[in-house]
Structure formats: structure tokens, C-alpha cells
Design a protein. Structure first.
Length: 260
């Protein structure tokens, strides 16, 4: 069944220059949504914008860890394209280190990139949704928001924070026409996983194919998730058909995370 959206719906996707963000922007555009995209790298954003055709609403280079940059960027986007009905918080970063070598700078970087960024962008957008009585917020967390992994303690803590924030906001805004959900991808074939594979190669001497296979092995399906599979889940959560889905953290991981 085709996903249904409000007439003339407008979505903002952060971290839209590649990977899950770019796939999500394209999926929304193909579903008829006007899409604004944001990220740090303008050249990458321009490539994504080209794929959206006439559904691209606005393009903005925004540092989502900077409060003033977020506030000004969201204001510019809404001045050009109108109020934001759908927010996809996808921007993030990953870095690995043993806990004893995780210094305060790395800790702060992971929380800023993965958790504070979600807080800042959501706080800039969500009040307007609530005033209008409609909206969807979808936060891209990770299976690291649902379980633990060694050597990425700061990243895991940040992604757990994203899931917690999602659940808190879902309850706070449940009666105001806004839903807040998270998607929790497993290892996905994106630049972040390419970086993780490169780290494995550097530290172990394995080949790139061996490193990617080691990451894929975590998935019971024995493969990496695709950005398009994550985007399809986001598309559904952003649609009218998911109006009763609220406060959920949906794992897109081939069965890696089983609860209940």
C-alpha cells in the first residue's frame, strides 16, 4: 500500500548528504513529500538534491551540534519552504575506542553529534508542529540504542539517550497531534560502516572484504542492512498510516535485536 501524507507535506532530513539520510530524502520525495535537506557538506547535499528533482524544497549547510546554527538554519528553511511537518533526525557520527582510552573530548563529541544534535533540531521544529496539531519526528538511533557493544561506549551511551528522548517526547506530545519514534538500524551499508571496516583493517590486518563480513555476521541474515530498507521504515513511521505508532524504537537489523 502506498504511504499517505498530508497535502503539501514538508519534511526536513538532517545528515542527508549520503547513506540513510540521502535514501530517506529520496523515498519521501518519491512519495510526493516536499523535502528539505541539511548536513555539513554542501557538495554532498547538492548530489542528494539533484536526485530529488522538483520535490527539493530547501538545501542548508547546518552544524547540528551548534544551537545558533540550528536555530538560524531551521528559520531559513521554513522561510523558503514553509512549516516542517516531518522531521528526520539522521545526522550523527561514530568513533571507537576502549573505555580506558575514551577521553572527555571523545565522550563530548559523541554526545554532541548523536544526542545533543537531536535535542537541538527537535527543539527548533517540534513546538511549531504541536501548535499546528500535526507532525512526525523520526530519530535515527541504532541497535546501539537498544543493547551494548564493546569499544564504542560513548556512542552506545549517546544512542541510548536518543531512544530515551524519543520515548519521553512521545508521551509529552501524544495529545498534540505529533508522534515521535526512533528507528534502530543494525550495521548498514553506509560511509559509517565503511569507516568501521577500515578501522578493523588497520587494527587487525584483515582484508576489507573480511572486515565487512565480520560486521555483517552480527546480523542473523548474514548481510548488511541497506539504506533503502531503513528509509522504507522511516517512510512508514512518517506516514498517516502510522498515526497510532508512538514512542517506539524499531530495530531494522534482520533479527539481531529481539525483545519481549
Amino acid at each position: 500500500m502506498t504511504a499517505q501524507f498530508w497535502p503539501n507535506a514538508h519534511a526536513l532530513v538532517t545528515g542527508a548528504g549520503s547513506g540513510i539520510g540521502a535514501a530517506t530524502a529520496l523515498a519521501l520525495a518519491q512519495a510526493g513529500v516536499r523535502v528539505s535537506i541539511a548536513g555539513r557538506r554542501m557538495e554532498a547535499l547538492k548530489r542528494t538534491a539533484a536526485s530529488l528533482g522538483d520535490r527539493v524544497a530547501a538545501v542548508a549547510a547546518i552544524d547540528v551540534t551548534d544551537e545558533a546554527a540550528v536555530s538560524n538554519g531551521v528559520a531559513r528553511i521554513e522561510a523558503v519552504a514553509g512549516p516542517i511537518d516531518i522531521l528526520v533526525n539522521n545526522a550523527g557520527a561514530a568513533a571507537s575506542a576502549p573505555f580506558e582510552k575514551t577521553d572527555a573530548a571523545l565522550w563530548s563529541q559523541m554526545l554532541a553529534s548523536n544526542l545533543s544534535s537531536v535535542f537541538l533540531v527537535t527543539q527548533a521544529v517540534l513546538p511549531g508542529m504541536a501548535q499546528r496539531g500535526r507532525g512526525r519526528v523520526v530519530n535515527v538511533a541504532s541497535t546501539a540504542g537498544l543493547t551494548g557493544y564493546a569499544y564504542v561506549s560513548a556512542y552506545v551511551a549517546a544512542k541510548h539517550g536518543v531512544v530515551g528522548l524519543t520515548r519521553a517526547l512521545a508521551l509529552e506530545y501524544a495529545r498534540r497531534g505529533v508522534t515521535v519514534n526512533a528507528v534502530c538500524p543494525g550495521y548498514t551499508d553506509t560511509p559509517l560502516v565503511a569507516e568501521a571496516a577500515a578501522t578493523i583493517v588497520a587494527k587487525t590486518g584483515r582484508s576489507e572484504d573480511e572486515a565487512r563480513a565480520a560486521l555483517a555476521k552480527v546480523n542473523p541474515m548474514q548481510r548488511l542492512v541497506t539504506p533503502e530498507e531503513v528509509a522504507d521504515t522511516i517512510l512508514w513511521l512518517a506516514s498517516a498510516g502510522a498515526s497510532a505508532i508512538n514512542g517506539q524504537a524499531v530495530a531494522v537489523a534482520g533479527g539481531e535485536i529481539l525483545t519481549g
